[in-house]
Design a protein around this ligand. Structure first.
Ligand SMILES: *Cc1c(COP(=O)(O)O)cnc(C)c1O
Length: 298
């Protein structure tokens, strides 16, 4: 069911002009649904749940969450039950992602924004655990110790001596795993997809204290989480035409756009080798197209 993630070199005139080598770590190829970093984060969590004979998993997410769809699918495949605590309104029409979760027998529990905000507090979590003693609770996005550990492998699987590796950041948990496996001369570039100042650096320090081989770019959010500009859509369409690789508008397109932009602007010294992590997320495309009435890949 789960496939390897190959490293693919891509050739475009820009790279030759700027004398850089560019590779893509194809975590999108791991699986159609449990793709990318969501598989990395769930892998050791699922092992733990199976080993300890839990009945199921409870986790959290928004209506379009790649983490929820991955968890639902994996649970069904392992005969585990799943409960998703969803930020949003029960009466609103369900997203493509939530309909998919229901099709995998996931029970959806809706919480309003205020109730959802306390989801990481001790009191809330211990009460939830008392209510569902046979379930293992995983935080939003799979951001726990086992999740971060799984993300170390994005870097340790790569067998070329790259200089830079880029990743799109929501919480920063994926980046926090990646920095642990760098050689001294290597650096991770984290592209923050949410609008605002850098909050990722602090998050990374919580998981991987003392790691400083990374840099966060905050200027490529395109208006904020799940927001986009025409320019981003054009970039995705151009990139697909050139490489036959699909990106998603919420995460990977912003990352790839930013790295290409910085290659143009000369950020990367001549001779650099750069790996872009394709962190998956393609399951969200159908929902995005429906919400915005756009067709991404014709
Ligand atoms: C969830 C997700 C991310 C963000 O991962 P974090 O560990 O929260 O930073 C990046 N890319 C894709 C495709 C995702 O689904």
């Amino acid at each position: 069911m789960i496939k390897d993630s190959p490293l693919q070199k891509i050739y475009l005139p820009l790279f030759q002009e700027k004398n850089v080598s560019v590779f893509i770590k194809r975590d999108d190829e791991i699986h159609d649904i449990i793709s990318g970093n969501k598989w990395r984060k769930l892998k050791y969590n699922i092992d733990f749940v199976l080993k300890n004979a839990f009945k199921g998993i409870i986790t959290f997410g928004g209506a379009h969450s790649n983490h929820l769809s991955a968890t639902s699918f994996l649970c069904k495949n392992h005969n585990l039950e799943s409960i998703a605590i969803v930020r949003g309104d029960e009466d609103a029409p369900k997203s493509e992602t939530l309909l998919f979760c229901e099709s995998q027998n996931t029970k959806l529990i809706f919480e309003n924004r205020t109730a959802y905000r306390v989801k990481n507090s001790e009191t809330y979590l211990s009460q939830l655990q008392r209510q569902y003693p046979e379930y293992y609770i995983i935080p939003e996005g799979g951001a726990n110790t086992l999740g971060v550990k799984g993300c170390e492998e994005i870097v340790s699987e790569i067998d070329i001596d790259f200089d830079y590796i880029s990743i799109d950041c929501g919480t920063g948990a994926t980046l926090a795993g990646m920095v642990r496996k760098l050689k001294p001369h290597q650096k991770v570039i984290g592209v923050q997809v949410l609008k605002g100042k850098d909050f990722i650096s602090e998050e990374v320090q919580k998981w991987s204290p003392g790691c400083n081989q990374f840099e966060i770019w905050t200027g490529y959010h395109f208006g904020g989480y799940a927001k986009y500009h025409e320019e981003l859509i054009h970039f995705m369409q151009w990139f697909y035409a050139e490489t036959k690789i699909k990106l998603d508008p919420i995460y990977t397109a912003k990352q790839f756009f930013s790295v290409f932009d910085q290659i143009k602007k000369g950020y990367f010294p001549e001779g650099s080798s750069i790996v872009l992590v394709h962190s998956g997320g393609l399951q969200g495309i159908a929902g995005f197209e429906k919400r915005y009435g756009v067709e991404l890949f014709g």
